[in-house]
Structures are given as C-alpha cells and as structure tokens.
Ligand binder design. Structure first.
Ligand code: NCD
Length: 323
C-alpha cells in the first residue's frame, strides 16, 4: 500500500474513532448508525433490556451544561450495552476547585475510560478534547456551543425515517432560533446528507444567520410562508442563555409571530410531523396542544435517543477495536 493511502486510512480511522460533527462523518457511518439503531429498537420494549456489546467498557458523561434528555439517554444507552457509566457532575467536581480541563481529562483517562460524552458551552470543545485524549478513548460530542449536536440530528433523522419511510420527497422546515442552535446546524448537514427535497429555515431576521442560504437552505421570515406544504416541522427553543443582546421584543411577541399554533399547523401538510429536540417552552415556541397533539413525535424523539446513542457507541467501539 502507498504511504499516502496508509495516511489517509489512518486519518479516516482516527476521525471515525470520535463522533464530533455530522459535517465530517462519512455517509457510510451515517447509514450504519440508522441501520444499527433500528436493530436496537426491539430491545427497548423487552423485559431484559441489555446486550453485552460494551461489557467491560467505561463511559464517562462529562456535562458542563445542563441537560435532561441527552444525558439520561446516553446513560441508559451505555447501560443497555452493559458498559459501566460514570456521570461527572461538573458543579461538584474538581473543576470547581480550579483544576484545568486538561487535568480533569487526564485523571479520567488514567481510570481506563473508553468513552467521553461531552457537552460544553464552547463551540469546538469536543474536538479540543478529542485532540488531547489517548488512542483508547472515543469522544462523542453531546452539544458544543452553537456548533453541532450530532447525535440529536441522528435521532431526528431516525425519527423522520420511521414515520415517513423515505427522505427524498420531504420539505423540512426548521423554525425559530436558528442562530444559536447547534441542533439546527447538525440537522441541516444531516438533511443534506439524506437528500430531502427542500430544507427551510424560518424565523425572525434577528435569529437567522446571515448567508445561511450558502448551506443550501431556503430562508423564510414569515412563519405562514415557511410552513406551507411542509412535511416535517422542527421547532427550536429560544436559546436566551446564548443571546448576547436583546434580539427579540418579548416572548409574547415571538409567540404571536412564530409560535407553532393549531391554526398555523394547518398550513403544513395534513400529516406533517411536529418535532422539537426539547426542552420545550409551551406558549413560547409551541402551543401546548400542538406539543401534545397527534402530529407530535416529540416524545418519540426522546425514546429513539436511546437506540440511536446505543448505535453510535456500539459502532465506534467496533471501529476502535477492529485492527
Ligand atoms: C438541545 C441542546 O441542548 O442543544 N437540546 C437537547 O439536547 N435535546 C436544544 C436546546 O437546548 O434548546
């Protein structure tokens, strides 16, 4: 084998040892995850919800930001694969005593941890950590700043596929605070990868990034127009914690113009899916009855999170140990 081919394969292997962004993964890995997640679905309703695929492996959840769904579904996914799981509570960890991130990581690494699942407020944090850790560790990005949240996008693609059977004819509208949303960025890359008919981003001008069209999406500043004939609506939370200035007059005003209400939902296709990565703010981005309505798959997204995260860990573990 030529030296350049060997280097390319090494780089590819290293890249696929971690799961950092949708933008950088291969379509093969992407498809493998969806397929493997499907094979884990039946397990979730069995009496004994365990497989031995990660027996003897250790998964450390490192969350520097609050999380309910992502953290708990990662924990359950790891446990259902028989891994040992440790949850590092950053609020009470040595980081609070001034220990650097590097030293905390080195400490965890020395305990022979196999996976770091990382959520961090800074964009690029997961990649930074992946560059620091030794060869035996895989890093999974569970959301870094506004950059990416790749497993959420995989969960959402899986949920869309389960409900719609194929991607190619779909119009997908991503509604709300796109500017601050790592979920939106990962979804756009994923929707491009699966090849939907049209990707729309819909929201007030102040919450839609300039030149987002360059990513291959259509922009709408009117919810009514953005919802017309949509097959899938992905609603996003207003990410106030990431807004550096007043980008909105008020939440009430936002709801008046961009809240997904029963009335507005009628503008989309009759069987349009209503999705939301959570946490949801009822009466701000979505009407309560829509969140709980027959078209909503919000809780299905949560439960699919277990199978999809199991798939990501099982595949990365396989890639790591196959020599
Ligand atoms: C999202 C996140 O944290 O990026 N939620 C999630 O992981 N399910 C979206 C959000 O915080 O609004």
């Amino acid at each position: 084998m030529e030296e350049s081919d060997k280097n390319r394969i090494d780089v590819q292997k290293k890249r696929e040892r971690h799961f950092l962004s949708i933008k950088d993964i291969s379509k093969t890995l992407f498809d493998d995850i969806l397929e493997r997640a499907e094979s884990f679905q039946a397990l979730q309703t069995r009496e004994i919800k365990k497989l031995p695929l990660l027996r003897g492996k250790t998964v450390a959840n490192l969350f520097f930001e609050p999380s309910t769904r992502t953290r708990t579904t990662f924990e359950l996914a790891a446990k259902r694969l028989s891994a040992d799981v440790i949850n590092i509570d950053i609020q009470t960890s040595a980081t609070r005593k001034g220990e650097s991130l590097k030293d905390t990581l080195r400490t965890l690494e020395s305990m022979q941890t196999d996976f770091f699942v990382v959520r961090h407020p800074e964009s690029g944090a997961a990649k930074f950590i992946a560059d620091l850790v030794g060869d035996h560790v895989s890093v999974i990005n569970a959301g870094d700043g506004r950059h990416e949240h790749p497993t959420q996008a995989m969960v959402d693609m899986f949920t869309i596929l389960k409900n719609k059977k194929s991607f190619s004819d779909l119009i997908v509208s991503i509604v709300g605070d796109v500017s601050h949303s790592r979920v939106a960025r990962s979804e756009i890359h994923a929707l491009k990868m699966v090849g939907v008919r049209e990707i729309r981003v819909v929201g007030p001008k102040t919450l839609i990034p300039d030149q987002i069209e360059k990513l291959g999406v259509r922009t709408f500043f009117s919810l009514e127009k953005g919802l017309k004939d949509a097959d899938v609506i992905i609603t996003l939370r207003l990410q106030r914690e990431r807004m550096q200035s007043a980008l909105l007059p008020s939440e009430k005003e936002y709801y008046r113009c961009f809240g997904l209400t029963q009335e507005r939902l009628k503008l989309a296709k009759k069987d349009a899916l209503v999705m939301h990565p959570g946490p949801i703010n009822r009466g701000i981005e979505i009407e309560s009855s829509v969140a709980d309505g027959t078209q909503s798959v919000i809780l299905e997204q949560v439960s699919n999170g277990i199978s999809v995260r199991m798939a990501v860990m099982a595949i990365l573990s396989g890639l790591k140990y196959q020599k």
